[in-house]
Design a protein around this ligand. Structure first.
Ligand code: HSE
Length: 299
């Protein structure tokens, strides 16, 4: 009647795949408990982590995704949701997506798995939309499926799982400032020059090919974002400096994680990923801004 689960953080966009590509981190995530109750409805009963998030189900991302599923399935029971929020909201590593995915995943298990992962992601999109004020699934899909995912289309929802080369690691630095996804979207241009679009989709296609063929050198040459990074990097203090320093110590590439302020980089092997973590730490220690660093194997 109760399930405890770990709902992972994720990196969306991955430089050239704005709104479609993402990958899952196994070292950081929300912890949640979902419990079946006789009383009908969705009840958020506990939120730990100190972030002052709303308990009303219809105002909470985990609650909104749970309600979307609940209203569609109309089960003969209710659910309590406890959230131990380990991913800071506004950090750029899929905080809202983790909570939105966790509640529907847990409910599905307790109901005997009536829905597949794509259907669960559809419900979770409703929760995610509450946080970012637009529907996107590039954090939800990797949180739900693991590894790298590509959101081929939102309507109808189609998610492709992309293979991960062995020995691929992510290093993430999270400067302790908040960037709201809705604001980071609002500063983006509505139109894109065709020449930029061509560069971006060449890089994106190459990155997908490189992930399929474990071609680390091609991963390195594909991790570029000529469309979104020029705008959003201005919201992240010392972004260019961090990127320059981590490329010197062997990162394959780097970019803004989701809508920021976190910065992600990919490396071949744990040792390189740790060197990147050190370079991030050395660079950011001088800025006076607090930060967290995570190293995670991508599975
Ligand atoms: N693709 C979304 C964006 C992810 O960049 O706005 C938000 O985490």
């Amino acid at each position: 009647n109760e399930i405890k689960l770990f709902s992972p953080a994720t990196v969306a966009n991955v430089a050239c795949g704005f709104d479609v590509l993402g990958f899952c981190l196994d070292s950081v995530g929300d912890e949640m408990v979902i419990r079946k109750t006789d009383k009908k409805g969705i009840f958020i009963t506990k939120i730990d982590g100190g972030f002052n998030l709303p308990f009303e189900a219809e105002l909470n991302v985990a609650g909104v995704s749970a309600l979307a599923m609940y209203n569609a399935l109309k089960p003969n029971c209710g659910f309590e949701i406890e959230i131990n929020k380990k991913i800071k909201p506004g950090s750029g590593i899929g905080s809202s997506a983790a909570s939105a995915v966790g509640s529907v995943f847990g409910m599905n298990e307790l109901l005997g798995k009536p829905c597949n992962k794509t259907q669960l992601t559809e419900f979770a999109i409703k929760g995610e939309a509450l946080a970012s004020k637009c529907e996107h699934a590039d954090n939800l899909a990797p949180a739900m499926f693991g590894g790298f995912t590509l959101v081929k289309s939102l309507s109808p929802l189609e998610i492709l799982q992309i293979p991960t080369p062995n020995d691929l690691y992510a290093t993430i630095i999270h400067p302790q400032i908040e960037v709201k996804t809705s604001e980071a979207r609002a500063i983006l241009p509505k139109d894109v020059a065709l020449s930029k679009a061509v560069t971006q989709w060449a890089n994106f296609g190459s990155l997908i090919h490189a992930l399929h063929t474990s071609d680390f050198e091609l991963i390195q040459r594909s991790l570029n974002d000529v469309i979104v990074e020029p705008y959003r990097s201005q919201l992240i203090p010392h972004y260019n400096e961090v990127k320059k320093e981590i490329l010197k110590v062997g990162a394959l590439g780097a970019g803004i994680s989701g809508s920021g302020p976190s910065i992600f980089s990919l490396s071949k092997g744990l040792e390189n990923a740790k060197n990147v973590a050190n370079a991030m730490k050395n660079t950011y220690s001088k800025t006076g801004i607090d930060f967290d660093i995570h190293v995670s194997k991508i599975n």
